[in-house]
Design a protein around this ligand. Structure first.
Ligand code: NAG
Ligand code: NAG
Length: 330
């Protein structure tokens, strides 16, 4: 006769073991790196720290749940005494679709492709909509001289190295945050420091708590943060000598406040870049009057037109964006 109690007993044993493993095992960050997926990764510059155990992970119950069941892993920790946040930056589907694209585009062995070929692919990824989707890092105009342009934008990379170029391409497609944070660096810019990546796991400075937690803060603090957020909108628009950066995903969740009360913009994944000086002959026919965002369409959504933003020398898009964040706050 079949012994049900025996069967139950086995199931209970198995479940207890699974729960025990889940609760008492630390998160395996080396596994999250997927280093064998190179060069379709963000980089390898943080691998020394990650592999040698310099990184101390805060394995809370919630973090484990997010790592196991969430679309992307986000893990807080410490590295050489600095508070850090590690993120896988893309979902499983996003990485899979990247691998498919890579097979089509680089047909066959990626490592034998030439730097010039990858540069062409990069440029396309920055400017041409993919399947009607606007790229996350969108370049308003195709530059005349690809090399000079890429050097201006990605000077932290060795652009003669195919692997580096493919890392940049991976980032453009999956999540440009590592790229943006190498162009805009703190303390000059109100953004987190990027410490590097190990494979598909990127390491950033942990800049504190989200702005949404400050809705009930004293008026003076909220006023102070408001001034900071508004000046940041002007900085992204005017402070870089060559480029204007328009952030297209501004929400209160994407702004955090650090221990010193500094507001910082995080999740810089959706950015439009306008090269504002390389058109001395006026060929791009940029409108010289300022572009004003149209706030009439709806009060809570955040809509914009790429053509309008890219067609003017100056757009108030960032200012409009931070004003949309204001709900409950300013
Ligand atoms: C906001 O507060 C910080 C520190 O508390 C201070 O350094 C800064 O000057 C303040 N900014 C404004 C605009 O008052
Ligand atoms: C456009 O905006 C800039 C910056 O706020 C300002 O200096 C300039 O006068 C404005 N131009 C026009 C035509 O309104």
């Amino acid at each position: 006769m079949f012994r049900w109690d025996y069967c139950y007993c086995l199931i209970v044993l198995f479940l207890s073991f699974a729960i025990y493993k889940f609760l008492y095992n630390d998160i395996d960050i080396v596994h999250l790196c997927e280093i064998h997926k190179g060069p379709l990764v963000f980089g390898t510059d943080a691998c020394d720290s990650v592999m040698k155990g310099v990184v101390d992970v805060k394995s809370t119950f919630l973090t484990k749940i997010i790592v196991v069941f969430g679309p992307k892993a986000v893990i807080r920790g410490n590295m050489n005494g600095e508070k850090i946040i590690m993120k896988t930056l893309g979902t499983k589907q996003e990485f899979e679709s990247l691998e498919e694209d890579a097979k089509d585009i680089f047909s066959g062995d990626i490592s034998t492709t030439s730097p010039a070929n990858v540069k062409g692919v990069l440029l396309k990824a920055l400017h041409l909509p993919l399947e009607n989707r606007v790229p996350k890092l969108y370049l308003c105009f195709k530059p005349k001289n690809v090399d000079t342009f890429l050097v201006k934008l990605f000077d932290k990379y060795d652009l003669t190295n195919v692997e580096n170029l493919i890392n940049i391409w991976t980032s453009i497609i999956v999540n440009p945050e590592p790229l943006v944070l190498q162009i805009l660096r703190p303390p000059k810019w109100p953004v987190p420091r990027y410490y590097g990546s190990c494979g598909r796991l990127a390491v950033f400075e942990d800049c504190g708590e989200r702005l949404t937690l400050f809705y009930d803060a004293p008026w003076s603090l909220r006023a102070n943060l408001t001034v900071q957020v508004l000046s940041a909108a002007f900085e992204f628009t005017f402070a870089h000598p060559t480029f204007t950066f328009y952030l297209t995903d501004m929400t209160a969740d994407n702004i955090v406040v650090d221990d010193e009360g500094r507001a910082r913009f995080i999740d810089l994944e959706n950015v439009i870049i306008l090269d504002k000086i390389s058109d001395p002959a006026g060929e791009l026919k940029l409108q010289s009057q300022n572009h004003t965002s149209d706030a009439d369409e709806c009060t809570s959504c955040f809509s914009y037109s790429i053509d309008d933003i890219c067609g003017h020398r100056i757009s108030d898009h960032n200012i409009y964006g931070v004003c949309k964040v204001r709900n409950n706050f300013y």
